[in-house]
Write a protein that binds this ligand. Structure first.
Ligand code: C2E
Ligand code: CA
Ligand code: CA
Length: 483
């Protein structure tokens, strides 16, 4: 067995060695292909060590000094001070006490786009604003990276949301870069509870708020238990759902505006549970993506789509491609290529009729590599949710996508502002230049259809035309349209 310490000459289980490893960039030097994720894991370990050290008996003077260590010690000192202040507040205040934890949405992307120096400036800017708005009984800390915490007294919960609004107003824009904060608030019920637990609850709420489209502030509530129960339900029932064929394929038509006819469809998963009724993808896909079970569901939907395509071809409709979603989980291995070619063969369908939707992600290279392979196999590739984040433009230049699916965000913005419309126009222009086809998603109104028509985007998918529907219903519609 080869140990890390043999390669790096340092022991990663010792914080002081870890500091040297990071400072000297030893991992990337010795293992240039080390993926970022492992570096993240190491950084998390360092954070954990830090936590342990602050709570254990190791004294700062026991640890060798260097620049990195100095900053580690400083942050330990800050954390100790913050914890002491929080404990005092909990002990002495006759009012309520709350922990507000927040971070910056997509901070990693800000770092990538503008550089780490700019990222650090942003963090300093936030600290300076906290300094100005926090009064003497409010304490703040930059826990790590872009995660901050404030502990404060309060009488009414509105005061806490007011605090977040006040901070939002100050930091929503730094040097013309838009900043959005996500807040998780934990209002302490039992002041004797461990500080760590209070902080964990605030952290859990901060993470949960990221799933919300409606708000950037969430309070920890007992409802969180609901979320956990929900997760447990899905994990316990997903296997049976496959064997008992509770997953179903719905199809949402894609239309050509100019021809006013169906030009394809997207296959979307639905889970019809015998007791719970219909469960929508947003409720189960993120969970089964985490545990890898999505592969099974995708394979099932892909097979349903192939079977459907075969039926269409048999019914004399050879011109209705169906796109299926390819979860990012498939990007990690080659199994999906094998599965797809088996399905194509089993149902004997022309490859161009099965289209693949891949969502842009932060990990461009992984997407590029897989897209390249799939392209070589002869599949039509659609980039899903284009414009919803990440470095869409790079990936377009590097990877052989055939179609981009404009995220619903574009549709929403084009209606509310000129800027939104101009941006959309430019994207359509660029796609034309790059010889890419476009489908606009989430089209809900006539006004949007007209605007799209004017800027030369002909293919659309959205509630304005049709919602996703069971395959029989779609088949009837398609047959009607082709007659
Ligand atoms: P998506 O791939 O972006 O699919 C489009 C989603 O937008 C669908 O939601 C669709 O019902 C919804 N939609 C379509 N037109 C409109 C509109 O005009 N207005 C609004 N508000 N929504 C519209 P759905 O079916 O709930 O799926 C949500 C997401 O779950 C999908 O987003 C996709 O990422 C994922 N998903 C669904 N089925 C599968 C699947 O079989 N495999 C994988 N890996 N992911 C799936
Ligand atoms: Ca999709
Ligand atoms: Ca989409």
């Amino acid at each position: 067995m080869i140990y890390c310490r043999d390669i790096l000459g340092k022991d990663i289980s010792k914080p002081q060695d870890m500091a040297v490893i990071r400072q000297e960039g030893l991992i990337l030097q010795k293992c240039p292909r080390a993926i970022n994720i492992s570096i993240e894991i190491l950084e998390d370990m360092l954070k954990d060590h830090l936590k342990d050290m602050t709570e254990s008996s190791i004294k700062p003077e026991d640890i060798p000094q260097n620049d990195e260590m100095e900053s580690v010690l400083k942050s330990m000192g800050r954390l100790r001070r913050f914890n002491r202040n929080a404990r005092n507040l909990l002990y002495s205040s006759s009012k309520g006490v709350a922990f507000i934890q927040f971070d910056i949405r997509k901070f990693k992307i800000i770092n990538d786009l503008y550089g780490e120096k700019f990222g650090d400036e942003v963090l300093d800017f936030i600290i300076s604003q906290l300094k100005e708005i926090c009064h003497s009984e409010q304490y703040y800390i930059n826990l790590h990276s872009d995660v901050f915490m404030v502990v404060t007294e309060y009488d009414r919960e509105e005061e806490l949301t007011e605090f977040t609004r006040q901070l939002d107003a100050r930091v929503s824009n730094y040097k013309n870069v838009k900043l959005q904060l996500s807040y998780g608030i934990y209002t302490v019920e039992d002041k004797k509870m461990e500080l760590r637990q209070m902080s964990d609850r605030a952290a859990m709420t901060r993470k949960a708020v990221k799933n919300s489209l409606l708000t950037n502030v969430l309070f920890y509530r007992e409802q969180f238990k609901e979320l956990l129960y929900n997760r447990k339900f899905i994990e316990e029932n997903m296997q049976a759902a496959v064997t008992e064929r509770q997953f179903m394929m719905y199809l949402q038509p894609k239309y050509s505006i100019s021809h006013n006819t169906i030009v394809g469809a997207e296959a979307l998963a639905r889970w019809r549970h015998p007791e719970r009724g219909m469960i929508y993808p947003d409720q189960f896909i993120p969970i089964i993506e985490e545990n890898g079970f999505i592969k099974k569901v995708d394979y099932y939907i892909w097979e349903e789509a192939c079977r459907f395509i075969r039926n269409c071809v048999d019914a004399g409709i050879p011109d209705c491609p169906v796109s299926v979603n390819v979860s990012r989980v498939h990007l990690k291995d080659n199994e999906c290529i094998q599965v797809l070619s088996e399905l194509i063969e089993k149902y004997d369908i022309p490859k161009p009729l099965l289209e693949l939707e891949i969502t842009e992600t932060a990990n461009d290279q992984q997407v590029s590599r897989k897209a390249m392979q799939l392209k070589e196999e002869g599949y039509t590739l659609l980039m899903d949710d284009f414009g919803s984040g990440y470095s869409s433009l790079n990936i377009l230049l590097e990877t052989p996508f055939d179609v981009i699916k404009l995220d619903k965000k574009f549709m929403d913005n084009m209606i509310v502002s000129d800027k939104g419309r101009i941006l959309l126009e430019q994207v359509v222009l660029m796609a034309n230049r790059l010889d890419l086809d476009i489908v606009a998603e989430g089209v809900e109104t006539k006004e949007q259809v007209e605007l799209l028509r004017n800027i030369g985007c002909d293919k659309v998918q959205g509630y304005y035309y049709d919602k996703p529907m069971p395959e029989e219903e779609f088949f009837k519609k398609l047959k009607g349209a082709r007659q």
